[in-house]
Design a protein around this ligand. Sequence first.
Ligand SMILES: Nc1nc2c(ncn2[C@@H]2O[C@H](COP(=O)(O)OP(=O)(O)OP(=O)(O)O)[C@@H](O)[C@H]2O)c(=O)[nH]1
Length: 611
Amino acid sequence: MIRASRRQSGSSLADAHWGSSLASSPGAAQVERARLLWPAWAALLALACAIWPAAVRVQAQPAAGGQPLQAVTLQLKWKHQFQFAGYYAALQQGYYRQAGLDVTLAEAGPEQDSATPVLEGRAQYGVGDSSLVLLRQLGRPLVVLAVVLQHSPNIYIARGEVDHVHALVGKRVMQEASADELFAYLHKEGVHPEQLRFVPHDFSAADLLAGKVDAISAYSTDELFDVRAAGKPFTVLTPRSAGIDFYGDNLFTTEEEIRQHPARAKAFREASLKGWQYAMAHPEEVADLILERYSRRHGREHLLFEAKEMQRLMQPELVEIGQVNPGRWLHIAEVYQELGMLKSTELKGFIYSPAAPRPSRLYVALAVFAAATLVLGGVVAYLRRLNHRLRLAHSALQARVHEIEALQARLHEQAVRDPLTGMFNRRYMDETLEHELARARRYHYPLALVMLDVDHFKRVNDTFGHAGGDELLRRLGRLLRENCRGGDIACRYGGEEFMLLLPGLDEPALHERAEFWRCSVEALSITYGSATFHVTASIGVAVFPHHAQDVPSLQRCADRALYAAKTGGRNRVVFAQPATAQDAGALSLNAAPCRAAAASSAESAAAASTV
Ligand SMILES: Nc1nc2c(ncn2[C@@H]2O[C@H](COP(=O)(O)OP(=O)(O)OP(=O)(O)O)[C@@H](O)[C@H]2O)c(=O)[nH]1
């Protein structure tokens, strides 16, 4: 239900509440007629809306940034006048264009409310009064973007003798049905609307000046100019005197617009308020603009009067243009509630709050970079820790490996050493013989295998015990080791038998060394306990390549030479015969008594000394 109103937002709620008062007034019939004509108006409106965009929308032009302008419509709540100066200024100064907007300003007439086109999507933004809060509570998803008039311009202008609102009782009052705060004013002052004789408004002060009515509801920015110009006595009755302080014009939109086009809503609001700042700073320029571009319905003087009065209602020097105070809206809602027009004072979602700005690309990039750095830093720190732990583990492992290697070396040493004499053992000699022979073969040098066996060792054991025999073996071992060259290898081959490998010695040198050992053994004086004894040794020598070509043959030759030394009387050196002769079993006794042993036979010497 829409009733005739020049400045309404679309609310017909006052009708619901005050309808009976208006109906009972003399002009109520006219209002009723207007109501009945609504379908026709609606049809006309729909038709106008259908052709409107094509008629008035200017082709979207590229904005400064190269983006096409977004076309939006602002539904005004009345005809063009200074009341909408800010929007004209925003257009004129290019604020909308800079915001990427191609804005169309749609006028309203007596039958045109501003909320319906916005709710129906024919306009995206609108200018409305405080009754927006009523629509909101009826489920219309309207949102106030900004308050332009901090105080409502709605007043009563009465004939001079009407000095108080109570004086309106019984008087003819030309009342706009949408002037909610005036009804609230009456209510607050204890005047029931039925006590007044309402007549429909013709939106001029003519009837008041002509004395046809006693008071009119009016805008202080508008009709007051005509009344003053007429120079007749009049009284202004304002709801603010009763503590009713409604907002005047508000810029509004829908929840859907904010949801679908948050950036556009924000841009539109900001450009509009910028326009308002310009308009209030340059009222004369904007008045001329209105006259030139929009309407000559009001003269320049009237427009400037309007501007001045708006300055008073906006108080831009005190309140930032556009500021929305939730406390003020609560006050308005409470007044409506008092009037029985509002069930609750819930305002959730009604006041615009711009969405938190989306983080810029730079911010996102920085955030991603910071996150990546953190992750990378974490990974690096983890890897460093891991690396440190690995190093520790590696060091520990290396130490363990060294330990094991040392242990292995010790075990190997133990495996190839004879524990009694500290000499290499038979195993080592067997492993080494092949290598040494191969090397001698490769480098063409002679390799002598010397087998040395203590004579009558059993007697030593028998005489001095096993420990005494051991002591002899230890002394012999030391003697042989101490008298070896760097490349010689000496081992205890088993029992009282020793074996030596002597590379690179020619025969005379070999003779000399073998004799040296034999004599050294003979000269050895072994002390065991309180006793001292002497022994002799028999030595068999075989030489690669003279006596044998391979290890078994060489060993066999040396062994036979030793056997020959034993059987030849002991305490002597015997050289093997060349292989052919050896194979035939012939052995040459090369024994030569050493100088020390030359005086007596070794056997008799050994026997004589101890055993
Ligand atoms: N004390 C001691 N005696 C050992 C060891 N190994 C072997 N024997 C002894 O060495 C002796 C070797 O005796 P035989 O093989 O008869 O040789 P022999 O008495 O030296 O006589 P000929 O070699 O013929 O001169 C035996 O009595 C063994 O018990 C050892 O490690 N320590």
